[in-house]
Design a protein around this ligand. Structure first.
Ligand SMILES: O=C(O)CCC(=O)C(=O)O
Ligand SMILES: [Fe+2]
Length: 384
């Protein structure tokens, strides 16, 4: 399996057809991020350069002077804690200083950089990734978003996982090289042991615990300075940094992977229901349902109500734009700019499908029905 490489960024239409819809990865050359302030200001050319090494390196002193006041989560790559690495909160200056001193296991992760520095425009989201319902909803709600900066030295890594909510991700290297091992979906049974524990680090898999892991089909991708990787929904992956690496990444979702994020939510809900099945007899249906939603929120970071609110937020925006466009057409005005996205009727159909699946599980949820009614009203206003 080969991953397509785009020297020049693909058009939105090509990206939609060849990557978003079929859920396939892509590697895009540095031209996509050429104009980013982060690429101009955060890094400089290395003086001694050998092949298969990064070409750029971080400007440590600049980064400290500019962002030193912030705090961020730092993973200790050599410390496993359940299914992830141990994380500590650290001042950014301390992190960079220890990085400079060669503290090689520290990996700054999931730093909500845009929230921390809203006036510093480190980058612009490329057009092909701009149709992003997750960040649209979470930002509107004033919740934590899914826009991150990662920084770490040679050998830091992210263990084997699939992304939150089975969302897409895109990741751009400001400097350094990332070695990605990507696993196409449909082979999850090879990744689990009898107790449903997943492989943690693909470089040291216990063959007795995971006897079939070797059979898993995989793709290896080296992502170099300035390059961007599109990671499709539900593809498991592990990421290993080669040389000092800084990257920017977003998790995102839209109509194209809505079926997958919806399935992930409903799958997590089923797991929660199973896990407390023995409490069911002592509760009425409503109490059991509410308990499951609380556990789902704690376990997965969202619940059915949040998913419905996300759909409502997006459907409202689409209905509003559609009405505006119709008015502008009648008055022969210039049409307003909206981000590149699939045809609205198709998106509305996908929302309707997910809504149908959620309605299938509604058990007298007073909490959900007004939102469902609202979404249906927005969908009514959209073309069929
Ligand atoms: O860069 C990393 O270490 C992890 C990034 C990742 O897992 C992702 O973008 O989905
Ligand atoms: Fe990931």
């Amino acid at each position: 399996m080969e991953i397509p490489y785009y020297e020049e960024p693909p058009t939105y239409e090509a990206f939609l057809q060849n990557h978003l819809r079929p859920n396939l990865p892509a590697l895009i050359g540095p031209a996509l991020t050429e104009e980013w302030r982060a690429r101009r200001e955060w890094v400089e050319k290395r003086t001694e350069w050998k092949e298969n090494e990064p070409m750029m390196q971080p400007r440590f002193e600049f980064l400290k002077a500019k962002f030193g006041g912030a705090e961020a989560q730092v993973a200790e790559c050599d410390q496993r804690e359940f299914t992830d690495q141990r994380r500590v909160v650290m001042g950014f200056t301390e992190f960079v200083t220890r990085w400079q001193q060669g503290d090689s296991q520290l990996y700054l992760k999931d730093w909500h950089f845009c929230n921390a520095f809203p006036d510093y425009d480190a980058y612009q989201v490329p057009e092909i990734f701009a149709d992003d319902w997750m960040n649209e909803y979470w930002q509107k709600e004033g919740k934590d978003d899914y826009r991150f900066v990662y920084m770490g030295g040679d050998g830091t890594y992210t263990p084997f996982h699939a992304d939150v909510y089975r969302s897409y991700s895109w990741s751009s290297n400001i400097c350094g090289i990332k070695k990605w091992t990507l696993f196409p979906p449909g082979q999850e049974h090879l990744f689990k042991d009898k107790l449903n524990n997943f492989v943690y680090d693909i470089r040291s898999v216990d063959a007795e615990q995971f006897p079939e892991f070797d059979k898993a089909r995989r793709m290896i991708v080296y992502q170099r300075d300035g390059e961007t990787l599109f990671v499709p929904s539900g593809w498991f992956h592990q990421v290993e940094n080669i040389g000092a690496t800084i990257s920017i990444n977003h998790n995102w979702a839209n109509a194209c992977n809505l079926d997958k994020t919806c399935a992930s939510l409903l799958g997590d809900l089923e797991d929660v229901e199973h896990s407390i099945e023995d409490l069911k007899d002592g509760m009425d249906e409503k109490e059991f349902g509410e308990t499951c939603q609380r556990l789902l929120l704690a376990h997965s970071g969202w619940d059915v109500k949040m998913f419905l609110q996300l759909l409502s937020c997006v459907a409202q925006r689409m209905a509003h734009h559609h009405q505006q466009q119709q008015r502008q057409q009648e008055e022969e005005q210039q049409q307003q700019f909206v981000v590149a996205q699939p045809p609205v009727a198709w998106q509305a159909e996908r929302i309707g499908q997910s809504l149908g699946r959620v309605k299938g599980l509604t058990k007298d949820e007073d909490d959900w029905s007004p939102i469902i009614t609202q979404i249906e009203a927005y969908l009514e206003k959209l073309p069929k």
